[in-house]
Design a protein around this ligand. Structure first.
Ligand SMILES: Nc1ncnc2c1ncn2[C@@H]1O[C@H](COP(=O)(O)OP(=O)(O)OP(=O)(O)O)[C@@H](O)[C@H]1O
Length: 282
């Protein structure tokens, strides 16, 4: 099996992919993603939109190589058909070691990641832990500078490095989770609702951090988000999902203007309404 190629182009290639969950507790197997195809050029940004339950988290978790990770067997994602390549590595049938080699280059911010920070570590150790786990010998000075720069971008004072998750607000915890998810310098990065639950004043700080990261790393980003500020600042191509299928695809403005699918029209209206709410809130 090929080693991951950080400069593979496209970074992500998905063809007729169908994903599901195994049958459990008397229920039947469930198809969450059906016949999805798309490609993402290296260094570009894709926004994934769609109503709750449309398959966005399932798709991103699988493509991030974390389809098997969610502990319980019932949460493990199964490939029902099609294929997907990330950094040139075929995900279908991938073995454990090849997956570990791949995920070293692929970042994933799970939904509500701020809520699952290690409770017994302070913020400094939370940020360092992915690096320490990988390699005990690292350039502390360089990393310290990078952490200080990130803390500044997200508007957290350096004194927060000594605090524990329970001492932080929900929005502060989410900002720490986002910093942690990019600290290893992934070539492909998936973020599931990175600004969800963060107040309107602090959402742009997360957007700034992701923009900063993209600029310095040239990484490919996939953002699951309905945050209009984030989509306008970072989004290029948009994929709209409904009930596991792709129902709209294109440039963000194009989707809003020319959507011929009723659901895409509704979504565009909902997003505009959100944007107006935020203007009203400010
Ligand atoms: N472990 C599981 N077992 C069975 N079905 C699941 C499991 N996890 C998710 N699903 C189902 O898969 C479908 C897609 O869920 P998914 O979380 O991918 O959607 P989503 O678009 O990310 O939704 P949200 O925006 O609410 O996070 C849903 O119908 C959901 O109920």
């Amino acid at each position: 099996m090929a080693d991951p190629a950080r400069d593979a182009d496209p970074s992500i290639a998905v063809s007729d992919l169908s994903l599901g969950y195994p049958a459990h507790s008397g229920g039947s197997a469930f198809t969450a993603v059906e016949g999805v195809s798309f490609e993402i050029r290296q260094g570009s940004v894709l926004a994934l939109l769609g109503e709750s339950g449309s398959g966005k988290s399932t798709l991103t978790r699988f493509l991030a190589g974390r389809g098997d990770e969610a502990g319980e067997k019932a949460s493990r994602i199964r490939v029902n058909g099609g294929e997907a390549q990330v950094l040139g590595v075929q995900l279908r049938g991938i073995g454990r070691r090849a997956r570990t080699r791949l995920t070293a280059h692929v970042g994933h911010l799970a939904q509500d990641a701020g809520a699952t920070l290690a409770p017994d570590l302070n913020v400094g150790d939370i940020l360092l832990s992915p690096i320490v786990e990988r390699n005990k010998r690292f350039d502390r000075e360089l990393l310290g500078e990078q952490i200080a720069e990130m803390m500044d971008i997200v508007g957290l004072p350096l004194s927060k490095l000594q605090e524990y998750p329970y001492e932080l607000s929900k929005g502060q915890r989410q900002r720490v989770a986002v910093m942690r998810s990019i600290i290893l310098g992934p070539a492909v990065y998936f973020a599931d609702e990175p600004t969800l639950g963060v107040d309107a004043n602090n959402r742009p700080r997360i957007v700034d951090l992701l923009g900063w990261y993209r600029e310095r790393s040239g990484a490919t980003l996939v953002l699951v988000s309905h945050d209009i500020g984030m989509l306008e600042a970072l989004g290029q191509k948009v994929l709209v999902m409904q009930q596991g299928r792709v129902v709209g695809e294109g440039d963000i403005d194009e989707i809003f203007r020319q959507a011929d699918h009723g659901y895409v029209r509704q979504l565009a209206q909902a997003l505009r309404a959100t944007a107006y709410d935020e203007v009203a809130e400010a």
